[in-house]
Design a protein around this ligand. Structure first.
Ligand SMILES: *Cc1c(COP(=O)(O)O)cnc(C)c1O
Length: 457
């Protein structure tokens, strides 16, 4: 482990945070009136420990103490490194979310003031009901619910719409969770082929709808397309596709796993019947979290309430929504989402700059001869698939560490998140990096190329 000053200070920060939790526990174990003698002693001892950790923290001095929690190491990846991991970038928590998590970590913490009608999205303290309205407004849809991940949003829709054997149009770049959401509902996926530029066009969707109609003598029940796919993060024509869906009167699900929370998404303008987003991928929230938004037209179907009646007790639970299993995110996950939301709303206004940083980085990246971009260019997203078969992979061929030489070199320069060992095609995401971090990452790539005598433009 690196023993740099920064590393030690990060270590000390965790020690201090954990010691504060120990202090917090003393409050939790004491009587309302205050501490007894033993507790007072423990309290004073813990405060003294925190002060000494803080002194070490300030000076970057002292020895690292153990910050393992049982079998868990403290995760310091985001503090110690620049993380370009393709799926982690926009799910990094805001400081507000981290504070919400330590405050609301207890199990059913959202339920302190749950009153009739006893449903998560109706709770006013903390302001969960208001958050649901804000979410719908943010996406310019009529209604929204939080869900445990985008996948559960797809599932709520497929299970509401499909009967056994029904077809769903998806992209040839669809995420596996879209396949599973169709499968769990008894449906069948029908993939739209890509064009030569790895794009899904509205025309290709229309042709696939026709092909399904011809084959099954029925129209597909749903069209589900990613605005930006997870493989190339290419932008697909969701406006045109929504129009095709409307012409056939097939509902359209807009998969915003890689957009909602990082770039503006306007459901009405798109013409979407359903918008699905991922909290832990793109909304700076803890996992599992996400959003499902829809129109007033579809809401009664998707958010239908239970009609089940107990045969003995005659009990019924009228307001509980079936697809949401009544309530969804009941603790810190939801509160992390709510706490991050103001900053998330703000950051979508600066998407253009994020894309600029992505393009700047890739310009530098391509100065290494033999390095290329497999995604569409210029980039319209911060996630990109790159190809270094003609550059870093040529080094890997003879290096004793094989492909790992590249991750070793990056890590040495404080960069992690590329798929360790991969030097042919791999993905990276620059979302949320400062300009200084972007430049450092670009410079590091060039420096590594120089070190191994690759040609640089
Ligand atoms: C990540 C991703 C998902 C799954 O999102 P979860 O919130 O983890 O369920 C779905 N679709 C696409 C295109 C994705 O990139």
């Amino acid at each position: 482990m690196s023993t740099s000053k920064k590393s030690l200070q990060i270590q000390k920060t965790y020690e201090a945070l954990f010691a504060l939790e120990d202090l917090r526990e003393i409050f939790r174990q004491s009587l309302p009136a205050g501490f007894d003698e033993e507790e007072q002693e423990k309290f004073s001892g813990t405060v003294a420990r925190i002060k000494s950790i803080l002194a070490d923290l300030e000076n970057g001095s002292g020895k690292p103490a153990c910050t393992r929690v049982g079998k868990l190491d403290a995760r310091t990846r985001e503090e110690e490194f620049i993380n370009i991991h393709p799926i982690q970038a926009a799910g990094r928590l805001t400081p507000e979310a981290r504070k919400a998590i330590i405050s609301y970590g207890d199990g059913y913490s959202t339920c302190d003031y749950c009153r009739k009608p006893f449903r998560l999205d109706k709770i006013t303290r903390p302001p969960i009901e208001e958050f649901h309205q804000d979410l719908a407004k943010f996406l310019n849809m009529d209604q929204a619910r939080v869900v445990p991940g985008a996948r559960r949003g797809f599932q709520a829709v497929t299970q509401s719409l499909l009967e056994k054997g029904d077809c769903v149009i998806v992209s040839s770049l669809a995420h596996y969770t879209e396949f599973l959401a169709v499968e769990v509902a008894g449906g069948i996926v029908k993939e739209v082929p890509l064009d030569d530029n790895n794009l899904i066009t509205a025309e290709a969707v229309a042709l696939k709808v026709e092909a399904v109609r011809k084959e099954t003598e029925k129209l597909p029940k749903l069209i589900m397309i990613d605005h930006f796919d997870y493989q190339f993060a290419n932008e697909h024509d969701v406006y045109g596709i929504a129009k095709v869906a409307r012409e056939y009167d097939i509902p359209f699900l807009y998969n915003g796993a890689y957009t909602v929370g990082i770039k503006p998404v306007d459901g009405k303008k798109i013409g979407a019947d359903f918008i699905v987003g991922s909290g832990h991928k793109s909304m700076a929230a803890a996992a599992p979290s996400g959003v499902l938004a829809t129109t007033n037209e579809w809401a009664p179907r998707i958010f239908r309430t239970t009609e089940m009646i107990g045969d003995l007790t005659k009990r019924k639970f009228g307001v509980k929504e079936v697809e949401n299993m009544g309530c969804t995110l009941m603790g810190a996950t939801l509160l992390s989402m709510i706490a991050s939301f103001p900053r998330v709303q703000e950051r979508t206004k600066h998407w253009d700059e994020e894309v600029q940083k992505s393009n700047y980085f890739l310009e530098q990246f391509q100065r290494v001869l033999g390095s290329g971009i497999l995604s569409e260019t210029p980039r319209k997203h911060t996630l990109t698939k790159v190809d270094t078969t003609g550059s870093f992979d040529t080094v890997a061929k003879t290096h004793k560490r094989r492909g790992f030489f590249f991750s070793d070199e990056l890590k040495e320069r404080g960069i992690v998140g590329e798929f360790a060992g991969a030097t042919r095609t791999w993905k990276l995401n620059t979302y949320g990096l400062t300009w200084a971090q972007v430049k450092h990452t670009a410079d590091s790539i060039l420096e590594i190329a120089g070190k191994y005598k690759l040609n640089i433009n």
